[in-house]
Design a protein around this ligand. Structure first.
Ligand SMILES: N[C@@H](CCC(=O)N[C@@H](CS)C(=O)NCC(=O)O)C(=O)O
Length: 215
């Protein structure tokens, strides 16, 4: 497999999502893995229709690895995890644990937290998802109070993804879950996260500067 990695994201976003756009998952993974990558952009304006051939829902991120192209941050993360043992152990048990927690992050945690957060944004008070979110977060709290890492007794892509989902401010501040808070703090203190986060903020700040010159 080549190592010609390109992470695609939006050229600009408003303040709110900065630091949280999911290209961060792929930047962070590449940093952890020591894989070189380039970041390229598609326009924010017209995103609903302009790059459907690359991301059928008009979203980002998507990833190129040489000729290979894929969308969905989870798919990109799994692809990168196959390239680096830093992200996923090679022994069958460690790999299985990593895979199960990656899917759990996407399909049991983010699947609940995103609609809950989104309905909250639109001002709906009791959107009916509170209990569901609470139950998922409470179960995770139990797991995280018993161990430092989700899989294989070491950092994996499963921690990267889970922490990225749990660090959303509304999720992070919902209830009192000390083990989860310590976990999120630990993961987001990793130099690779900090670099990826810094780079994403810098990317959008540079876009602001360009817009003000153009405007
Ligand atoms: N399931 C997708 C979700 C992608 C997603 O929500 N992308 C956001 C940025 S983090 C986006 O492109 N939003 C712009 C839009 O939906 O118009 C993934 O994980 O890649």
């Amino acid at each position: 497999m080549s190592n010609d990695l390109t992470i695609w994201t939006l050229d600009w976003v408003p303040e709110g999502p900065r630091g949280f756009v999911r290209d961060l998952r792929l930047r962070w993974a590449c940093e952890e893995a020591g894989l070189a990558y380039t970041v390229r952009t598609v326009p924010f304006e017209g995103r609903e229709t302009n790059h459907l051939s690359r991301q059928p829902f008009g979203q980002v991120p998507y990833l190129d690895d040489g000729e290979l192209k894929m969308f969905e941050s989870g798919a990109g993360l799994l692809h990168l995890a196959r390239k680096s043992e830093n992200l996923m152990p090679r022994d069958p048990a460690g790999e299985a644990e990593t895979l199960q927690w990656i899917i759990a992050a996407l399909n049991s945690v983010e699947m609940v937290t995103v609609p809950w957060w989104f309905l909250g944004l639109s001002g709906v008070k009791d959107n009916g998802l509170d209990g569901w979110v609470q139950s998922r977060l409470d179960h995770l709290e139990t797991v995280l109070s018993e161990r430092e890492w989700l899989a294989a007794d070491r950092f994996t892509a499963a921690d990267l993804l889970t922490a990225d989902i749990l660090r959303i401010p509304k999720v992070r501040s919902y209830g009192d879950r000390p083990a989860t808070e310590r976990y999120v703090a630990r993961m987001t203190d990793r130099p690779s996260f900090r670099k990826a986060h810094f780079d994403q903020l810098a990317h959008f700040a540079a876009a602001d500067a360009q817009r003000s010159v153009a405007g």
